[in-house]
Design a protein around this ligand. Structure first.
Ligand code: SF4
Length: 324
């Protein structure tokens, strides 16, 4: 068996809250709380959960755009969490991110060519001006844009086209792993499908590995090999996509799935409406974080004991006291 491309081990991220005259740490936001998973080369892991569940923080900690509080990330066996600045710069060639907001993530004062070419210059990947321009044209065409777009500015493009520019920028350094952080969430449904299809084609073409972060299970269904569901900083269920969609085991996954529309009008899903909002990550509920909203929570158990991920099927793990 080959070693995974990425190993995330017990990753924790807390953001300190400072207050008072002396700006002391008075509290902490528990953004991620012991996240672990492996990712094989060429695989796509969908990561899903409501806003504030820690999915984007997990992506950023993997790349060290945020410093994890504790835990370990290994990429191709190399420890990312302890990497020096020089090592991180080299790792940035292998690990890239596509951000959610194609409007905010592109510098409006730079031409599209300069945006895509920035990493080529930083990593000294194109020895001559001609090679630099040829590479930018190649990248534009790879994502369905054309050479004459190179000298234009981001505001001249639609949302879908801007996200293609973001994808071209990520591909410039020929990465192995791309984290798509809500990469299609800001787009219309029809454009979402086009961008997802493009990402799938690129994966085939360039042997890419994806972490595909979204807040909606319907968005990741098509592209994911496996799906991890997060709630208040923890993975509550992780499974091959077909198993998770056909036989969800965690009550939270069931609730998320019940909101996904089914294309066949004759098939009706019973909608599970969760009570209340996601609790504050400053003081997450004890025991199972989900117990304050769980329709089957058991008093004296779920509000005291933290459920750990246990195997319930092939590659299928769930963190729930009452599901096996
Ligand atoms: Fe619900 Fe308890 Fe399972 Fe948590 S552990 S999901 S509260 S039944």
């Amino acid at each position: 068996m080959t070693a995974p491309l990425l190993q995330v081990k017990n990753l924790v991220k807390q953001f300190p809250i400072k207050g008072g005259l002396l700006q002391r740490v008075v509290d902490r936001v528990h953004a991620i709380d012991g996240v672990s998973f492996d990712l094989a080369a060429g695989e796509t892991l969908g990561v899903v959960g409501e806003s504030g569940c820690g999915k984007s923080t997990t992506g950023r900690c993997i790349l060290r755009l945020l410093e994890p509080t504790s835990g370990e990330v290994l990429f191709n066996g190399q420890n990312v969490t302890t990497a020096s600045k020089t090592e991180l710069r080299a790792l940035a060639r292998d690990m890239q991110i596509i951000f959610q907001d194609p409007y905010a993530s592109l510098n409006p004062r730079m031409t599209v060519g300069a945006i895509i070419g920035e990493a080529l210059t930083i990593h000294k990947l194109t020895p001559t001006r001609d090679a630099y321009e040829a590479r930018i044209v190649q990248l534009l065409e790879t994502v369905g844009l054309s050479a004459d777009h190179m000298r234009r500015y981001p505001h001249e493009f639609s949302g879908g086209q801007r996200q293609r520019i973001g994808i071209a920028r990520a591909l410039a350094v020929s990465p192995k792993l791309v984290i798509c952080d809500e990469a299609v969430s800001a787009l219309d449904v029809s454009i979402q499908a086009q961008v997802i299809n493009l990402l799938e084609d690129l994966q085939q073409q360039f042997d890419l590995t994806y972490i595909f972060i979204a807040h909606d299970l319907s968005v990741v269904e098509h592209i994911s090999d496996r799906v991890a569901v997060m709630y208040l900083g923890r993975i509550v269920e992780i499974a091959p996509a077909h198993a998770l969609y056909s036989n969800p085991r965690h009550p939270y996954t069931e609730a998320l799935l019940s909101a996904v529309p089914i294309p066949d009008p004759k098939v009706k899903r019973r909608r599970i409406r969760l009570q209340g909002d996601v609790p504050s990550p400053i003081r997450p509920p004890p025991g199972c974080h989900f117990h304050t909203r769980c329709p089957i929570a058991q008093k004296g158990l779920c509000d005291i004991e933290v459920p750990v991920l246990k195997t319930v099927g092939e590659g299928h793990q769930v963190a729930c006291h009452l599901r096996s």
